[in-house]
Design a protein around this ligand. Structure first.
Ligand SMILES: Nc1ncnc2c1ncn2[C@@H]1O[C@H](COP(=O)(O)OP(=O)(O)OP(=O)(O)O)[C@@H](O)[C@H]1O
Length: 262
């Protein structure tokens, strides 16, 4: 066993309620520095809410989040300096071009203009966006938006990136590009945390997994420990209590004699 890594992200007893709905119910997570973390869970499990509270976008009702020891809600400037975020919904400045968006982000992070330009050129090229650099973000496709969002998240060389479903709606070629960039980033000892529904992808990329169900963490740890001797897909279905066969009567009308209701 090597020396245990210090935690990049420590979350204690995190709660969030939306009206009557408790979206996050006492989440605790410890993610080691340098881990490639997959956050998985069924629709509505609370992944986006957890990521939003972890990255300072949504105030928790209760609980603490530390990024490399800095409290996201008490010392946001220190905590946020070291993170990059690809948020849900990809809300961006639509009337900027991709290149301008990166320049804006870089300058906001206090980077020198020449360095921002150098990194922006490189990111646009590696993410196959160089010809789209001057196009308005409003005219980007879903995959292009994910890629420019990833570029913006990485531009200032953060030590942790949080990506909410970075592969959703992305074609296989762009997905491969995003994977390559994330692997390259993780190989430097940086920490990646991303949410996904694609177990095969999480299994390929991640060495650490957290499973969320109904606002709680039902498993977390090294990939091998969480999946055991099953595939992650099977482990996931067992952990979140996937529904068994609904019985022969259910939806019995589907495909039955249409009796004039054509
Ligand atoms: N702003 C909001 N107002 C009311 N309810 C919300 C709000 N945001 C999230 N919720 C509810 O909180 C729960 C968790 O939602 P969340 O988006 O975090 O889940 P998720 O795991 O990211 O889901 P998905 O995989 O479908 O994206 C859901 O029941 C959702 O309806």
């Amino acid at each position: 066993m090597g020396t245990p890594q210090p935690a990049a992200v420590e979350i204690h007893d995190l709660w969030k309620r939306f009206g009557p709905q408790i979206a996050v119910a006492g989440v605790g997570l410890t993610l080691p520095a340098g881990a490639f973390v997959g956050l998985v869970g069924p629709n509505g499990a609370g992944k986006t809410t957890i990521l939003s509270m972890t990255t300072g976008l949504l105030r928790p009702d209760h609980g603490t989040v530390l990024i490399h020891g800095a409290d996201v809600w008490r010392d946001p400037a220190a905590a946020k300096a070291g993170i990059g975020v690809l948020p849900e919904g990809l809300r961006m400045f639509e009337r900027l071009s991709g290149r301008e968006l990166l320049q804006y982000n870089g300058r906001l992070r206090g980077m020198a203009a020449a360095e921002v330009d150098r990194r922006a050129d490189e990111l646009l090229r590696i993410l196959d966006l160089d010809s789209a650099g001057s196009k308005l973000v409003a005219d980007y496709s879903t995959g292009m938006r994910k890629k420019i969002g990833l570029a913006a998240a990485l531009l200032h060389n953060p030590s942790v990136v949080f990506l909410d479903e970075p592969f959703e709606g992305v074609d296989p070629v762009s997905a491969q590009t995003i994977r390559r960039v994330l692997k390259r980033y993780a190989a430097t000892g940086s920490t990646v945390v991303f949410s996904s529904h694609v177990m095969e992808l999480v299994e390929q990329l991640c060495d650490w997994v957290a499973v969320v169900n109904a606002g709680q963490i039902v498993a977390q740890g090294p990939l091998e420990d969480v999946r055991g001797d099953r595939s992650l897909h099977e482990a996931f279905l067992a952990l979140v209590g996937a529904r068994e066969d609904d019985g022969p009567e259910s939806l019995g009308w589907l495909g039955a004699d249409r009796g004039g209701a054509q």
